[in-house]
Design a protein around this ligand. Sequence first.
Ligand SMILES: Nc1ncnc2c1ncn2[C@@H]1O[C@H](COP(=O)(O)OP(=O)(O)OP(=O)(O)O)[C@@H](O)[C@H]1O
Ligand SMILES: [Mg+2]
Length: 296
Amino acid sequence: MVISNNHKPLLECQGLCYCYEGGLQALADVDFHATEGEFVALLASNGSGKTTLIKVLAGLLPPQSGTVLIDGLDVTKIPARQLYGRVGLLLQNPIDQLFAATVDEDVAFGPRNQDLSAETVEKRVTDALESVGGLHFRGRAIHHLSFGEQKRVALAGVLAMKPSLLLLDEVTAGLDPAGETHMMHLLNRLNRQQGITVVFATHSIDLLPLFADRIYVLERGHVLMCEPTAKVFNEPEILDRAGLRLPYISSLFHDMRRYDGFPIKGLPLTVQAARRQILALLPEKLWLGIGGKKHE
Ligand SMILES: Nc1ncnc2c1ncn2[C@@H]1O[C@H](COP(=O)(O)OP(=O)(O)OP(=O)(O)O)[C@@H](O)[C@H]1O
Ligand SMILES: [Mg+2]
């Protein structure tokens, strides 16, 4: 079942400012919202304020101005137990949130604190580890896991709480290509099939067009752009200003249009879209003549 986005604001804030001790202004007048069922990305170069924003949205850092509302309630006033039953936060560095000695204990910690039966906790742990492809981590010591493995276990601990909103900081960074794709498909399933709202800070430009509904581009603590994904990637100059780039497949088409006069209307953002454009441009006789075959 696909749960459609009903445009109910789940998370909203206006005029957020956050200044670290010592005076560094990490967020300046940030307006942000995510509606129920949306998949929203925060895209920005290093040091632009992604982590700070995720922590402010999760109520870990109190902003100097502006208020974060989750379902209309001030996040800093929601009791922790209630908040973290609803909001799943994944920190950029997994070791900042893994604290138990073993994988099983760590993933079980949240559900145990929700006063669930031992049987339900066990099922939550198994399901969560299975969904991150980490059932084989059971019984292992946290400090023996690799960075990518720790990241999956940290996400399993978050998912075991069955949150309706996920705030994820660089969830795919440090994962191998198969792990990255697995993770993005998992998040996509959680979002599209279970209606879980996802807010996702990332540098994974090439994967975003496949999954994100809307993207916030940040630059030095300011929101430079907040638009649907296709629109963001139609603005190469703004991305360049933010120290970002187009997806590689789009850059190829952009350069072919610019330097070779290749007749391209809209830039494709994914390999699938690029493939369709190339096939539409080439006369069928040509590619069949050079050994291509018709895809049924
Ligand atoms: N505890 C801190 N004390 C002082 N300044 C900090 C602190 N944490 C972050 N900053 C500064 O705030 C700014 C935003 O940092 P933040 O970690 O939010 O960026 P980011 O976009 O998540 O970067 P990255 O892509 O490297 O994770 C940076 O200039 C950083 O140096
Ligand atoms: Mg960060």
